[in-house]
Design a protein around this ligand. Structure first.
Ligand code: FAD
Ligand code: SIN
Length: 542
């Protein structure tokens, strides 16, 4: 079956929802999302959104902090634009109904600001310690009452519809994105949703790793679909590991916000010694890559499976007031954070690379835009500054929306001749076993060989093993009926391969990519993006 829409948005996190609200006056909008509508990384964001809203802060200081964190790979123009537009985007969120935590007098309240690693000022706008859930609540409420917007939960994008058409003059082969093939998970039917503009807002790929802060949706589907369609992807070696996720056998993916360290919590090894000053003069508030590597080193040296994050010297009432959600969740695991330290470990958290876009969110395929974690705009460079990702999604969706409402005026409707989805198969019992087994195998080998500290030897092993796993998965995918488990597994296998290839191409250590074979930064050869395109690998020198 075929459905037509003006704007097709894949993903209902901050990237997709804010784009929807900005384009809805200009055409029909369909948002498809693979789980329930609020399920996204956005929904779990704790710390907040970095933006310059205080008179004590300055745009230049935020720009400097972002560039410093990005270790020489940020695109300065992008950094400036994103940071300049931050305050306006925060105002827009407030107008859309987001209730941020306030400080100051009741008669003249101001936005309360938190502090996170790498920031030289307090500039994190937040809604208690559940910023993302509040943003999703407010945006979804608005979206659902908009007559031009339809949202389709439990719909999974399988592939982009990007046929290559030979132009009338027969001289040029033109490719354009005309929408996507979407599986209605409940009915099992696959629809072609034909669109004039398609936005990828599918989020990250933390589930390529065994330990991650990301929710289950983060399987890199957007990167995989775009790459298969021929789009340029970049900088996938830069997976950010968050230093502090809760270590507890029953707690999967629970983050202890960096704002907790910004509030004064300290890191200790299990003998009770603070260690961060050994690694960086900013101690607990050093950039994330430094803190994650320091914890990794402490754990490896001591053989202990975790380190401790301690807030017990801080007034208990203040802790409970500032972090009610973290306090409550930890209590569920019998940890009272006001009276005992929290066991923490690093976990895969944020993909700085992704589908390459310009400052308007345009990818290398006409008609296809990307915003949010799936995109690589050049803001983060080799290491994202804390709380800059929600900001990036807000600004890029705003700019992409403005560009696409102009573009849609000139774009003809998608051709009637677009092919419908044709592929069927019969399930094979061994194949279904392969899904859960292979998913864990990929995650484990990425964790062990392509984690916080890398080496040539480990990358070669990972590459060899993944090649085999990926080809088995591909065979199964071709023979089985289309189903969520195999679709996500195939995407995870592809994205894991792309991460390994990118890591192998970077022969230096920079930002989040650290390898024992090239422990130093090499500004002569390394100041470049790692760019991959289907059946072509290249590096662009800046
Ligand atoms: P998401 O919010 O992840 O949304 C992706 C959407 O795409 C989901 O709706 C998903 O279901 C859908 N989707 C994916 N694949 C498909 C498919 N094939 N078909 C259909 N739908 C699909 N950043 C900050 O700046 N500040 C913070 O405080 C902060 N805290 C964080 C805390 C946690 C625990 C995590 C995991 C991340 C945090 N981050 C934070 C990062 C930030 O939350 C994300 O980078 C950001 O929310 C990404 O937004 P997005 O719209 O790009 O993607
Ligand atoms: C956190 O609250 O520590 C997450 C902030 C981020 O990832 O930007």
């Amino acid at each position: 079956m075929r459905r037509d829409t003006d704007f097709l948005l894949i993903g209902s996190g901050i990237g997709g929802l804010t784009f929807a609200l900005r384009v809805a006056e200009y055409g029909t909008v369909s948002i498809i999302t693979k789980k329930s509508d609020q399920e996204s990384s956005t929904n779990y964001a704790q710390g907040g959104i970095a933006a310059v809203v205080s008179p004590d802060d300055s745009l230049q200081s935020h720009i400097d902090d972002t560039l410093k964190s990005g270790a020489g790979l940020c695109r300065e123009k992008v950094v400036k634009e994103v940071i300049y537009q931050g305050p306006e985007c925060i105002r827009q969120l407030v107008d859309w109904g987001v209730r941020f935590t306030q400080a100051g007098e009741r008669s003249s309240p101001v936005l309360a600001l938190g502090r996170e690693g790498g920031h030289s000022h307090e500039r994190i706008v937040h809604a208690s310690d559940r910023t993302g859930a509040e943003v999703e609540r407010a945006l979804l409420e608005r979206i659902k009452s908009h007559p031009n917007i339809n949202i389709y939960p439990h719909h999974l994008a399988l592939e982009l519809a990007t046929p290559t058409i030979t132009s009338a003059k027969k001289s040029e082969r033109l490719q354009r994105c005309h929408g996507a093939y979407i599986l209605d998970v409940e009915s099992g039917e696959v629809h072609l949703v034909a669109a004039k503009i398609t936005l990828l807002a599918t989020g990250g790929c933390g589930h390529t790793y065994l330990h991650t802060t990301n929710p289950q949706i983060a399987t890199g589907d957007g990167i995989a679909m775009a790459y298969r369609a021929g789009a340029v992807v970049a900088n996938l070696e830069f997976m950010q590991f968050h230093p502090t996720s809760l270590y507890h056998p029953e707690a999967k993916s629970f983050l202890i916000s960096e704002a907790v360290r910004g509030f004064g919590a300290v890191l200790m090894n299990r003998s009770g010694e603070r260690f961060m000053q050994k690694y960086h003069p900013d101690g607990e508030l050093a950039p994330r890559d430094v803190v994650a590597r320091a914890i990794d080193r402490e754990m490896k040296t001591s053989g202990e499976p975790y380190v401790l994050l301690d807030l017990t010297d801080i007034d208990s009432d203040k802790t409970r007031l500032r972090f009610p959600y973290i306090y409550k969740r930890c209590l569920e695991y019998h940890i009272d954070i006001t009276s005992e330290p929290i066991p923490v470990v690093p976990a895969a958290h944020y993909m700085c690379g992704g589908v390459r876009t310009d400052l308007e969110g345009r990818t290398s395929i006409p008609g296809l835009f990307a915003s949010g974690e799936v995109a690589c705009t050049g803001l983060h460079g080799a290491n994202r500054l804390a709380s800059n990702s929600l900001l990036e999604a807000l600004v890029l969706s705003r700019r992409a929306a403005a560009a696409s409402v102009e573009e849609i005026k000139k774009v003809p409707s998608p051709p009637k001749s677009l092919p419908l989805w044709k592929r069927d198969g019969t399930p094979d019992d061994d194949g279904w076993v392969l899904i859960s087994h292979d998913r864990t195998e990929i995650q484990r080998l990425m964790w062990d060989y392509v984690g916080i500290v890398r080496s040539n030897h480990r990358l070669v092993r990972a590459r060899r093993r993944l090649k085999l796993i990926a080809s088995e998965i591909e065979d199964f995918y071709k023979s089985a009926p289309v189903e969520e488990g195999i679709v996500e597994l195939r995407n995870l296998a592809l994205v894991a391969q792309l991460i390994i290839r990118s890591a192998a191409l970077r022969k230096e250590s920079r930002g989040l990519h650290y390898t024992t074979d090239y422990p130093e930064r090499d500004d002569e050869k390394g100041k470049r993006d790692t760019v991959l395109r289907r059946s072509r690998i290249s590096s662009i020198i800046r």
